[in-house]
Design a protein around this ligand. Structure first.
Ligand SMILES: C[S@@+](CC[C@H](N)C(=O)[O-])C[C@H]1O[C@@H](n2cnc3c(N)ncnc32)[C@H](O)[C@@H]1O
Length: 281
C-alpha cells in the first residue's frame, strides 16, 4: 500500500518490518530514507530468500538485517526501539503461486496452508487431529461459511485421494457445498479459513499488538495493514487501548483505504485497511 510511505514521513532511523514478504514496502522505505537501518522478519524462509536477492540487486543489502521469525515473538533485546514498525498482514502473492504452493485453488500440489512449510503438520495430518465440531468452528468463524456443519462432517471422512492436489480438493469442496451459480469459487473462503487457523493468524496478531507499541521510540509510528474485518477490529481495539493508558496517540481515527490509483495498479489491495499509532515525543 503506497500510503505507507506517506505515514513514514518521520525520517525513521531504525525501521522494523515484521512482514517482509516480497520486500516491496521494505525496499521502498529504505530506498526513500537512505540513512535508515532496518530489521526485516518473515516466518516464511522463501520470503527471506527472495527479499535478500532483491536487496542485493538494489544494492541495499547492507542496510537490512533479515530474520526468519514469527512476529508474535518480541525482539530479544528489550532495550531496542524503532522509529517505524510495519506489519502488512496476510500472505504474499508468491505464496499463492500454484507451482510452489498448495494454498492455491489451482495447484497440482497437495493442499498445504502453512506459510512456513517446514513447520508444524501438513494439511492431511492436521485434519486428522480435528473433530467435526472443531472443523465446523474454523469454517464458521474464519470462513463465515453458512454450510460449515455439512462440510465439517464430510471432511472427517474425506479420502486421501481427494487430498492429492489442492485443485482436486477445491473441486471436492465445490461438490459438497453444491452452491448454485456462485461467482467466486466456494473453496476460496474455505482455503482462507484453513490458512488462518493453521497459521494461528489472529493469535499471532494479538501477541504482536501486545509488544509492538513498547518498542517504539518517542515520535515513532506503528503501521498495521489488515485485510480481514476481525484483524482490523483487533488492531483498532489495541490502538485505542494503548492510547488511553499511555503516551500514545492514534493517528488514523478511521482506517486509511487504498486510493483509486492503488486499486487500479493492485486490485488485490481492495480490502486493505491501514491504521497508525504514534508514540508521543
Ligand atoms: C502481505 S505480505 C507482506 C508484503 C510486503 N509488505 C511487501 O511489500 O512485499 C505478508 C507476509 O507476512 C508474512 N507473515 C504472515 N504472518 C506472519 C507472522 N506471524 N510472522 C512473520 N511473518 C508473517 C507472510 O509470510 C508474508 O510473506
Amino acid at each position: 500500500m503506497s500510503e505507507v510511505l506517506e505515514f513514514s514521513e518521520i525520517e525513521p532511523k531504525r525501521i522494523l518490518d515484521v512482514t517482509a514478504g516480497g520486500g516491496g514496502h521494505l525496499c521502498a522505505l529504505i530506498g526513500k530514507h537512505r540513512t535508515s537501518k532496518a530489521e526485516a522478519w518473515d516466518r516464511d524462509p522463501r520470503a527471506i530468500d527472495r527479499v535478500k536477492e532483491r536487496l542485493e540487486h538494489l544494492n541495499l543489502r547492507s542496510s537490512v538485517e533479515l530474520r526468519e521469525k514469527e512476529f508474535s515473538e518480541r525482539p530479544k533485546d528489550e532495550g531496542l526501539s524503532f522509529d517505524l514498525i510495519l506489519a502488512d498482514l496476510g500472505v504474499s502473492s508468491f505464496q499463492f503461486n500454484p507451482e510452489i504452493s498448495g494454498m492455491s485453488l489451482h495447484s497440482d500440489l497437495a493442499p498445504d496452508f502453512r506459510m512456513n512449510p517446514s513447520q508444524g503438520l501438513g494439511f492431511r495430518d492436521w485434519l486428522k487431529t480435528k473433530t467435526a465440531a472443531e472443523l465446523e468452528d474454523v469454517l464458521y468463524k474464519f470462513g463465515e461459511e453458512p454450510k460449515a456443519r455439512k462440510l465439517a462432517n464430510a471432511l472427517v471422512g474425506i479420502s486421501d485421494e481427494d487430498l492429492t492436489s489442492a485443485k482436486g480438493f477445491a473441486h471436492w469442496i465445490r461438490r459438497v457445498l453444491s452452491y448454485q451459480g456462485s461467482r467466486i469459487h466456494p473453496a476460496t473462503r474455505i482455503f482462507q479459513a484453513f490458512r488462518m487457523a493453521i497459521n494461528n493468524e489472529f493469535g499471532q496478531l494479538q501477541k504482536f499488538l501486545d509488544w509492538a507499541p513498547k518498542f517504539l521510540s518517542p515520535g515513532g509510528r506503528l503501521l498495521v495493514i489488515s485485510f480481514h474485518s476481525i484483524e482490523d477490529r483487533l488492531v483498532k481495539r489495541a490502538f485505542v487501548e494503548v492510547a488511553r493508558q499511555e503516551s500514545f496517540k492514534v493517528v488514523t481515527k478511521r482506517p486509511i483505504l487504498p486510493s483509486d490509483a492503488e486499486l487500479n495498479e493492485n486490485p488485490a489491495s481492495r480490502s486493505a485497511k491501514l491504521r497508525v499509532l504514534e508514540r508521543l515525543s
